[in-house]
Design a protein around this ligand. Structure first.
Ligand code: ZN
Length: 658
């Protein structure tokens, strides 16, 4: 497809905008590399049902029901009631379940129960997820409260301080009825004191209660989610046969072994091999990875993606990683919490070739793995910035009026226009390549000591590291920023986002829930409070609108340094109380009046606050004997077509998994 004709934006519904990303330079890869990406993309799509089930135990049945109605509805498809049903289904697809992908609240349908009941009545029974002897009426009785009643399973992940986080969260990592206390006691009993190499406890299992006793059901080939894992293993095995290097083959074989055994020690071995594999151009993530979906931060949601290195852009991040020790040595952090030897911080810019599981359709643009603290400390981490996704976001945002509405004046707009894209990429690089990889825990500190506040504190640490260094001469010296003005663009947009505009993602009256957003609010407000006292920043009111004014950027830099120092101390010492105070005081509550103003201004712009990506479609080209001659990517698939195809081709799990 011609570059100029590539359509970055696609359909829009509710608070969501679908985008497309271009797999730039795919054509220039060798046939073997293309095959490898094809197999890895199949592996990345085969785990889709796992995530759906992890997100809620009725999700697979609800998806099947909604899709059956969508495909066979005989009534007038133009009527508002059916249109509202379509929007709901698309939102459920987008969220991989019935709760908002970001806010975690249950999505309320805008059509009636009567409409859905009648539509189900007209649907062929064989297309519905009916279990033995179940009637359509039984199905409605089971699913309707889950879909319609706002008090049933209201929240996927509840983080509210003081509540039982498991009883009030409806994610499916713990069987219903298990309390937070019970689960914490179960895992605390497993942890060995002074274990320098602890496994990722509980990461790959569902906790259930049988005859009054807690027990893990492990996600592995002959365990829970076995049917999906078998498919994943099948494709990984194919991938291993076309691996680029012997080391990469070893990585794939080790991952297969982990999927077969579910042994978390094997997982650590796999992680280390994966970290050490640095030669191949193609790389991937496939497995139980991030724990944001578990209120206790232990159980990992399934995700998969495949990518290849963007050779040119990677020069940028290599400059950072080859200077990792310099950055560590010069940070404002207390010497006790610094790494004396910054190992293996590898960083690259990559091109995503497929997104799956928890990275689809809403994806991170920077990823730093692994999550095991001791593996990171001893072997480093792999950090990536996904260049083609960032590019798609930037292209889609051009000229949408956002900046003009929220930035204080024309002069600041010009500053952002000149530097923001460069600085934003660079901040992501600093966050991923250096921020997450910096610092260390004091000996004997439990990596989970900060509990529910852990993710927010960790993100804040990485963000602050980046913010602090953006203003450093070192970056100009390395040729990464053009001059000592550039960082101001990122400081302004970061503060504006944290203080004002990120609130567009929150419904009126609701709190900030998501870890990255909490972190941004925490940093921006803590800093602003102090900058204001020093007359370095303040809010201005013009035409009944609130704007941020920054008078002295150097004060902000100093404050970012101070907060970084404190956040690193909290992390290194496992100071739960201090983490709780910071997050609760600065990261969660919104000023209702200001929130309403921001929402109102945003509504007028008519933009979608959340974006997600439609994947390219892979096509294998063969000669007349069936040999592969090429792999082609197509960017023509509609979102609903893609979703229905995935539900058909990658339906790996039964409707009920427990
Ligand atoms: Zn991060």
């Amino acid at each position: 497809m011609d570059n100029n004709q590539f359509q970055y934006t696609d359909e829009r519904f509710a608070d969501l905008q679908m985008l497309r990303y271009q797999v730039t330079d795919f054509e220039s890869l060798s046939l073997q590399q293309k095959k490898l990406l094809y197999y890895l993309s199949e592996a990345a799509l085969s785990g889709r049902d796992i995530l759906w089930d992890q997100n809620g135990r009725f999700n697979l049945r609800i998806r099947k029901t909604l899709e059956a109605v969508y495909c066979s509805y005989k009534g007038n498809r133009k009527l508002p009631e059916f249109q509202k049903f379509c929007v709901y289904l698309k939102r459920v697809w987008f969220s991989n379940g019935i709760h908002h992908h970001y806010g975690c609240n249950k999505i309320q349908p805008e059509f009636s129960e009567a409409f859905l009941r009648e539509a189900i009545e007209q649907t062929d029974s064989k297309d519905l997820p009916l279990t033995d002897g179940q009637s359509k009426e039984d199905l409605c009785r089971l699913l309707f409260p889950v879909i319609f009643d706002p008090t049933v399973m209201p929240k996927r992940v509840n983080q509210a301080d003081g509540e039982d986080l498991l009883l009030t969260s409806s994610c499916n990592y713990y069987a219903p009825g298990i309390t937070q206390k019970e689960a914490e006691a179960f895992y605390n009993a497993q942890k060995e004191e002074n274990d320098l190499h602890p496994i990722m406890y509980g990461m790959n299992s569902r906790l259930v209660k049988e005859h009054g006793e807690l027990k893990e059901k492990v996600w592995k080939q002959d365990g829970l989610y076995g049917q999906a894992i078998e498919k994943i293993v099948y494709w990984l095995d194919k991938a291993a046969t076309v691996a680029e290097t012997p080391k990469q083959e070893q990585v794939l074989r080790k991952l297969i072994e982990f999927y077969q055994t579910g042994d978390l020690k094997t997982f650590d071995e796999y992680t280390i091999l994966w970290l050490q594999e640095q030669e191949a151009r193609i790389d991937f993530t496939n497995g139980f990875t991030e724990s944001y979906g578990d209120p206790l931060g232990m159980k990992a949601s399934w995700e998969g993606y495949a990518n290849f290195k963007d050779l040119k852009a990677t020069e940028r991040t290599e400059k950072l990683s080859s200077n990792a020790q310099w950055f560590e040595d010069h940070s404002p952090v207390d010497a006790r919490f610094k790494k004396t030897c910054c190992k293996g911080v590898s960083a690259k810019v990559i091109t995503a070739a497929i997104l799956g599981g928890d990275l689809y359709p809403s994806s991170a643009i920077g990823i730093n793995l692994p999550n095991s603290n001791w593996v990171r400390a001893e072997y480093g981490s792999k950090s990536v910035t996904i260049g083609n996704l960032t590019d798609a976001y930037n292209k889609a945002a051009q000229g949408n009026g956002f900046r003009e509405e929220f930035v204080e004046n024309e002069e600041t707009c010009q500053l952002l226009k000149r530097y923001e894209d460069t600085c934003d990429d660079l901040h992501t690089d600093l966050h991923e390549c250096l921020g997450h990889g910096s610092g260390k825990l004091l000996p004997g500190v439990d990596p989970d000591a900060l509990k529910a506040y852990g993710s927010t504190i960790e993100e804040a640490r990485a963000d602050l590291f980046g913010l602090y260094y953006l203003a450093d001469e070192k970056l100009v010296e390395l040729g990464l920023t053009p001059d000592l003005e550039a960082y101001k663009a990122q400081y302004y947009s970061y503060m504006m986002n944290g203080l004002l505009t990120q609130a567009v993602r929150i419904e009126p009256g609701k709190d900030i829930e998501e870890a990255h957003m909490r972190n941004r609010a925490l940093i921006a407000r803590w800093t602003f409070e102090r900058a204001e006292q020093r007359q370095a920043a303040w809010m201005v009111r013009k035409n009944n609108k609130t704007y941020l004014h920054i008078q002295d950027y150097s004060v902000l830099r100093e404050l970012f340094g101070t907060l970084l120092k404190e956040i690193q101390r909290i992390k290194s010492e496992g100071d739960f109380e201090a983490a709780r105070k910071l997050v609760e005081n600065y990261g969660i509550k919104l000023d209702p009046t200001l929130h309403e103003e921001i929402l109102e201004r945003y509504r007028k712009l008519d933009l979608a606050p959340y974006k997600g990506f439609i994947n390219p479609r892979y096509e294998i080209i063969t000669d007349k004997d069936g040999n592969w001659t090429d792999v082609k990517l197509h960017y023509d698939e509609a979102y609903d077509t893609q979703m229905l195809r995935y539900s058909k081709d990658y339906a790996t799990l039964p409707y009920i998994n427990d």
